[in-house]
Design a protein around this ligand. Sequence first.
Ligand code: SF4
Length: 379
Amino acid sequence: MANGRTEIVVIQATSFCNVDCKYCYLPDRMLNNRISLETVAKIADRLFESSFIADEVTIVWHAGEPLSLPISFYEEAHKRIERRNTRGVKIAWSIQTNATLITDDWCQFFKRHQVRVGISLDGPKEVHDAYRVDRAGRGTFDRTMRGVRLMREAGLRPAIIAVVTDASLRHPEDIWRFFTEIGAPYVGLNVESVEGVNVTSSVQYDGAENDYKDFLKRILSSMDKAPSSPLLREYENTLRHIMSQSSNTRPQDNVPMAILNFDSRGNISTFSPELLTARHHRYGQFILGNVFEQSLDDLIHTDRFRWLNVEIEEGVKRCRETCGYYSFCGGGWPANKLAETDTFESTETSSCRLRVKARVDAILEHLEERFGSDAGVGR
Ligand code: SF4
């Protein structure tokens, strides 16, 4: 078994989302499931007794719109988790939100608890509103930007996660200028992928790799021209990897127990967070247990964990044996492999062709053009 320490804990406070993005992978975003404080406390008990927990852990409220629950819930939830942290694990709090429900009070909460906030914002209005809509089909850009403004007025600078769709590919310079103008410190680009109930992707077409590569190269050129440009996660991670010359690049998604995911009923999964809510015609669900019935250390002895781990490891092994980009990728993302190829034991997907191959090619070409072929990097 790959040697996983739990570094990321995803807790689904609610499956409900107040908006209805066209590419969302969550099947239950209409349902108002809410986690109880008793379940939160039990999750904390299980975490801090686990032999897998790392010395530092990020607890992320995600997989639904976390701000649909009141601030008072999170005040109490944080207290209950911290009270149980008898091992002195360093906790970083994080929330991924669509920002439409942010108020001044939320900003004060983020400050009080030093919460790292990630905002889902795809770019300027025409790009964002193409996919990020509410249940009436109306774009959410203005509501999201209201939340961004409130955060900035409170002195907070949230990171941005932007989903790249076909609507983005035509506007790299506009997107980067927009993120620079709103003062984003850090931007991550998530290429729209086939996952969960999102069974198609707008960037899954012949020639998408070239279009995405061109998109990234134009963003990198925009970054070079703007001194106050945000950091781009894809560029930073790729550079860090090149500089360290590390061959240990497995994403936490394919390492057992590195990410633990808990739904609002206390059900547990590991590997890709998307597997927490996924249902498969052959495998069923990927729930390994429940905090009220099992310890986390018990999970790895279940038959379900064993076959899941064996199949995911086989997919990683095949990637290692066949893919020239393995050292940059580490064998891909199980939820995406399953959604695109119907098995975990596969290698290339249309998503990894963009997310890894086109990304690495674009960055290496950019470095070579900027610094000459002596940039000293290679696949
Ligand atoms: S880029 Fe694709 S094929 Fe290559 S290692 Fe990653 S997931 Fe596997």
